[in-house]
Design a protein around this ligand. Sequence first.
Ligand code: HEC
Length: 252
Amino acid sequence: MIFLPNSLSIHKPSNLNRFTKITNSYLHFILPFIAIFTVNIHIMYKGFLHTHYLVVSLFLLLYVIKTVLLLSNKTDLLKTFSKKTKLFEIIISFLFLLTGIYLMTQIPYGGKYDYLLWIKLVMIFASIPIAVIGFRRSNKMLAALSLLMITGSFGLGEVYHKKKGIAKEMDTTTPLAANDGKALYEANCTLCHGADGKLGMSGAKDLTTSVMDLAAIKEIIIHGKGAMPAAQVNAEQATAIAAYVNDQIKGH
Ligand code: HEC
């Protein structure tokens, strides 16, 4: 009875020590990576985007092959193929969801085409059980339907990016938008600073508490600073953004 608390009191600190030691070395190992990742959030975003595309293409390819085999009654071949590609499919599916979820968290929401993304998401998550049931029961209708849904959601994503790309281009090239500081801010700055200036992604400063004057803000937009990249805008646009930040975000 007496030994129990004693042994506990001896073990507790050493266990705790070991725990802190392990977490400490773990943190020391992982923190530089986090730092690099957050600083290079743009590079990381691009990396995830490219991985996502690659993985989705492979996934679609796999799916098309499997569906064609099922539709053409090559059941044995389908079985062998499914078996051989099982691990590959698991890895691909995992990366598909992982990169997809990450990308979803990085999109500056609030555009008028957001609904396309939600339809896409619903279609992807609805197609998964349909595909599982379809292939398990060799139900051609369901298998084809799920392939259609996955291809469709891929197409929707493309439409979304195209529409947004066009919207963005219009913001930065038409003379009308050249002095629309708000639209330009939303297209170029919200990823890190947020619509209200407070987001602070990848070490971005809170713009509401900034003490920079108009000229200094324009300067940082054009040339960037530290982890903030120079914005891809012309001088006129930079002036419009700076005015918007100075009047509408700073001190608000
Ligand atoms: C990739 C992320 C990123 C984007 C995009 C970005 N910023 Fe920044 N911004 C930062 C970071 C990081 C800092 C801190 C820089 C430093 O001080 O080293 C910063 C600092 C600033 C500051 C200085 C605030 C202060 O008081 O020190 C201003 C102003 C600013 N950003 C405005 C903008 C505007 C306007 C845009 C859009 C044209 C924009 N930023 C786009 C990351 C970003």
